[in-house]
Design a protein around this ligand. Sequence first.
Ligand code: NDP
Ligand code: MG
Length: 397
Amino acid sequence: MQRITVLGATGSIGVSTLDVVARHPGRYAVYALSAHSRVEELAAQCVQFRPARAVVGTAAAADRLAALLRAAGVKTEVEWGEQALCSIASAPEVDSVMAAIVGAAGLAPTLAAARAGKKILLANKEALVMSGQLFMDAVHESGAVLLPIDSEHNAIFQSMPQFGGRVPAVREQAAGVAKILLTASGGPFLTRDVATLDAVTPEQACKHPNWSMGRKISVDSATMMNKGLEVIEAHWLFGAPADQIEVVIHPQSVIHSMVSYVDGSVLAQLGNPDMRTPIAHALAYPERIASGVAQLDLTQIATLQFEKPDFTRFPCLALAFDALRAGGTAPALLNAANEVAVQAFLDRKIGFRQIDRVIAQVVDTLPHGDAHSIDAVLAQDAAARAAAEACIAGLAA
Ligand code: NDP
Ligand code: MG
């Protein structure tokens, strides 16, 4: 029996994870679940999965959850706040942690799981983008097992059998790899007239052609900052320098990424675009379990297309490559500015094309330093958030 904590259980990835877990009742037991604000959804999950512990964002949310669970006769212990999140991610009772909180809020608990040597199923790419080397060091020092959930990185992992089940230490470059080919759907605005992008709404940006996801990552997909963050994620997971990572637009989202080897071989992982496939892969690794995803029928799809990305249409992609090359805390600045700008767009305070302008201004004006400690990273994260808020206020005025 594998005992699991799901951080971000009420989100898109959290719900898909519990869907896979529910298909294999003898194999997985849920130790703890977390949510932030969706208390009713979390209560229903607690009724179904009977975790020992549940964590929410505030004392008020904890009171509401406790009342709901009392009424349902469920004995789950209710806690709230970051310390509690770190505790359910690192408790000795836990084998695996699904890290599926969105954004920088996931850093502390994901790092706690890494330091405690857990099997980490990493969806929360922002945590790795922010803390890079520090996070990978924590993984290697504790002997934690890091399995990528992001569909592209899960595909790359499956296409790198030479690592025998572990992501490599960052200095250890994947032998024989010529290029990592990170596929991207291009999002909802791949072919839209660039001149009209200023006027797009949050609803249009969140309407992804192939994937159903949380709102933040959906906007990131529309700007292609999601792919930019994934370039940085691939750098840390697979020890690949920026020049070895190539983004390929593949609108059908059937090939989830590829690895091109020096002998001319290209290995790829294919599947229907449903996150339950990489989730099931990581949950059961190195075994295989059913995920509920339909088998891929290539004759139905018939055509697979590929093209180079247009960096002028998608300036966020260029900003991310620049941040990776700059190193240090530059990716943390990029990530924080992006989180603030995306929220401002979702709140209709700025237009779609102002997202990249806010990020560029923050990254260009704030000095980036050495990412020598988590405190240094968090200080830069806070500074970037303040600078982004100021920039947004200036745009609105
Ligand atoms: P959602 O927005 O659907 O869910 C986010 C989860 O995090 C919810 O459970 C939410 O709680 C919780 N949460 C939000 N803010 C906080 C906070 N401040 N503190 C603690 N918990 C918080 O996001 P997704 O599931 O789409 O994405 C989760 C992560 O997975 C992201 O990092 C994303 O980049 C990554 N990912 C997602 C993919 C997808 O297909 N969705 C694909 C690849 C990666 P509540 O809802 O209760 O407020
Ligand atoms: Mg992805």
